[in-house]
Design a protein around this ligand. Structure first.
Ligand code: PMP
Ligand code: GLN
Length: 399
């Protein structure tokens, strides 16, 4: 009988990632998409868009495949994509980057996160601080790296952290403060005050800040401000992003990480042995995307903002209390006014009851804090207007 090897098995079991027979526990997203498939319900669960990528991005991928760019790209990434990422960071945020030493292309943001955590943490005494609820991969990756996850709760309805709790969570054991902004699952954009405190704490305790900015172009009320642009942050911040959300190509898995050369070098040392390289013909296509006119990016955000508004109005009309997100694909709603006491049970019943699939926020919470999110549900707004209208009508009819 073949099994997952010892160290990984222990870490994965401890983190609830493996079943008794050693199989991977399916992610909540896979489970809920399968439920949508089985029941024919509208899938407002897993965060993938109905839209396709901008036409020039798709054309560039077709062209790259047709012209034979189908073999291993260089280890750090296609030079043209590295240049386009540097141009993008300079153009949107005024961040200067050397494409040869300060940027690395990865297999999605997920590989950048995995390689960074594996590169920087050193055993069970090292801690990674995250806001909770958190994207599910964070807890899994920290567990697989053998480190400890320390969480700072975000509270309904604005999901900003309490600064005293943040201060208490960061100590000399903290190796990484991992900040997802805009935030999945809550849609929060963290205030300047919170961002400033993160930088001060990282400096005081000599921690590395790792940002997950995959929703950087999906903010609704204010432009995205990368944490690395705050005074004192650039020297200790690794910034991660991905093409998936910005260009509606979640299946391409092209991500990148940028920051100080010595930190990027450490991440490359791990990434090289995870995938070596990835997504050959999609790299030039993403370079094309990153160089599209500003209007393309603002149109993507405007479309999603309209989706957020349609979904928010629909959820309110159906009787949910709604937290209006400042960014990301997602809207969190409280199902307590509809009589729900357990969001997981509510979401399991929702396809039969209303023909809609959503994700319980408890799936993004540690066991210790699950109760705090007991009646909250995440809905994805990255769907076509007619799908959001139909979902709203179904929810209104069901409750
Ligand atoms: N981080 C967050 C916060 C996400 O929501 C996602 C999901 N798309 C990822 C990382 C993973 O990104 P990728 O698909 O580029 O690996
Ligand atoms: N990021 C997406 C979400 O939060 C899904 C990613 C996945 O399926 N792993 O819904």
């Amino acid at each position: 009988m073949h099994e997952v090897s010892g160290a990984w098995r222990r870490a994965a079991r401890g983190a609830g990632l493996l079943t008794e027979d050693g199989s991977a526990v399916p992610t909540i997203f896979a489970e809920m998409s399968a439920l949508a498939g089985r029941t024919g319900a509208l899938n407002l669960g897993q965060g993938f868009p109905d839209d396709d990528a901008p036409a020039p991005v798709l054309e560039a991928a077709r062209e790259a495949i047709a012209s034979g760019r189908n073999q291993y790209p260089p280890g750090r990434g296609e030079p043209d994509l590295l240049a386009a990422i540097a141009e993008h960071q300079a153009h949107w945020y005024g961040i200067p980057l050397d494409p040869e030493t300060e940027i690395l292309v990865t297999a999605g943001a997920t590989e950048a996160l995995a390689a960074t955590i594996l590169a920087l943490v050193d055993g069970p005494d090292d801690e990674v601080v995250v806001f909770e609820p958190y994207y599910d991969a964070y807890a899994a990756l920290v567990a697989l790296a053998g480190a400890r996850l320390v969480t700072v709760p975000l509270r309904w309805p604005d999901f900003q952290p309490d600064l005293d709790r943040l201060r208490a969570a960061v100590t000399d054991r903290t190796r990484i403060i991992l900040v997802n902004d805009p935030h999945n699952p809550t849609g929060a954009v963290f205030s300047r005050e919170v961002a400033g405190e993160i930088v001060r704490l990282a400096d005081r305790h000599d921690a590395v800040i790792v940002t997950d900015e995959v929703y950087e172009h999906l903010t609704f009320d204010q432009p995205h401000v990368p944490l690395s642009t705050l005074p004192g942050a650039a020297d200790r911040t690794l910034s991660i992003s991905s093409a998936g959300k910005t260009f509606s190509v979640t299946g391409w898995k092209v991500g990148w990480i940028s920051g100080p050369a010595e930190l990027v070098r450490a991440v490359l040392a791990v990434k090289q042995w995870l995938t070596y390289v990835n997504a050959g013909p999609f790299q030039p296509a993403v370079a094309t995307g990153l160089r599209l006119p500003d209007a393309t990016f603002t149109a993507i955000a405007a479309r999603l903002r309209a989706g957020r508004d349609t979904l928010g109005a629909g959820l309110r009309a159906a009787g949910f209390a709604v937290s209006t997100p400042a960014g990301s694909y997602f809207t969190v709603a409280d199902a307590a006014p509809l009589g729900a006491v357990d969001a997981a049970a509510f979401c399991r019943e929702l396809p039969a009851r209303a023909g809609v699939v959503a994700i319980p926020l408890t799936a993004f919470a540690s066991e210790a804090h699950r109760d705090e999110y007991a009646t909250l549900v995440r809905f994805a707004a990255c769907k076509r207007p007619d799908v959001l209208e139909e979902a709203s009508a179904r929810l209104a009819a069901a409750f």
